[in-house]
Design a protein around this ligand. Sequence first.
Ligand code: PLP
Length: 364
Amino acid sequence: HYNFCAGPAALPTPVLERAREELLDYQGRGLSVMEMSHRSPEFVAIAERAEADLRELLAIPDDYRVLFLQGGASLQFAMLPMNLLGSGGSANFLHTGIWAKKAIAEAEHLGYPVHVAASSESNGHVRVPRQEEIVLSADAAYLHYTANETIGGLAFDYVPQARRPDGSEVPLVCDMSSSILSGPIDVSRFGVIYAGAQKNVGPAGLTLVIVRDDLLGTAVPGTPTLFDYRALADAGSMVNTPPTFAWYLAGLVFQWLKHDIGGLEAMAAINAGKAGTLYSAIDASGFYSNPIAVPNRSSMNVPFVLADEQLNEAFLAEADRAGLLNLKGHRSVGGMRASLYNAVPAAGVDALVDFMSDFEHRRG
Ligand code: PLP
């Protein structure tokens, strides 16, 4: 079976096998990782190893902290303005689809000043705004964007510059929930990178935040301790009990990326091959289509529609019977979506393309 779920997503089989082996007895301790104190030497070693491996994979510079939090990426929609607007100013956003919109809505909900610096709404979110179209407000405190819109299948093909009209630079904040670890990134371009874990990192329940040191300690007064990056960083993400088992599994995923895959350059090459296979099949067919401008097509989430919507249910049922799981598009947009996260092997995409071609010949 191949799992194309957008999240929680497939995990690498060797990771699940290792977790199964260690489930009842972690390295001869006679305990499961789930049963260990987060302050025990065994767990602290697991936590530190995971952070060190993530730092190595992403080449995270020393002046960034890595936080292992709870609450999902959605809680970051609130924590970001709370932590970054302590000195005033407004939150600036690039609006590129449903996830960007949720981030904007949460900042507004909390009463913070918001400015949309560019939007792809007018083109139906099929092309990301170009750098020249991005106009920050004079009081911008930071610029937030969504590297990969998981539902729309729209991805940035460049890292935006975040400059106010007077030319001064503000921190760039990026939601990388559905693209982190799919390939190398230059962390030094960002003030904050965050991601819900449940796509490329590990199981749901863990959220990664990578934050530059100079952005700690500027939270608005009254920010709860558990939402304050400074407090979380000072406590090594252990202000309270962290999601220990998810943290451990993320660590196994980082090991898999390092040792089984060979790092993020190798991962990116595999992902490009997978996405290329599926988009080529879609483009070569008169039956399947994807609306996104080619440079902004996501390599992680590939939405597509059938020429005849009446066949949607049959497509999904037959795919499921063929072991191709979770291809139904997001409830807000319909159609199909194949998520090709790191743990989906190239063979899974080959099987999907074969099935699609066969279905088209029989039913199209
Ligand atoms: N941002 C993006 C790009 C996402 O894809 C998702 C979830 O799919 C979220 C945010 C919300 O993540 P969470 O469910 O961890 O709050």
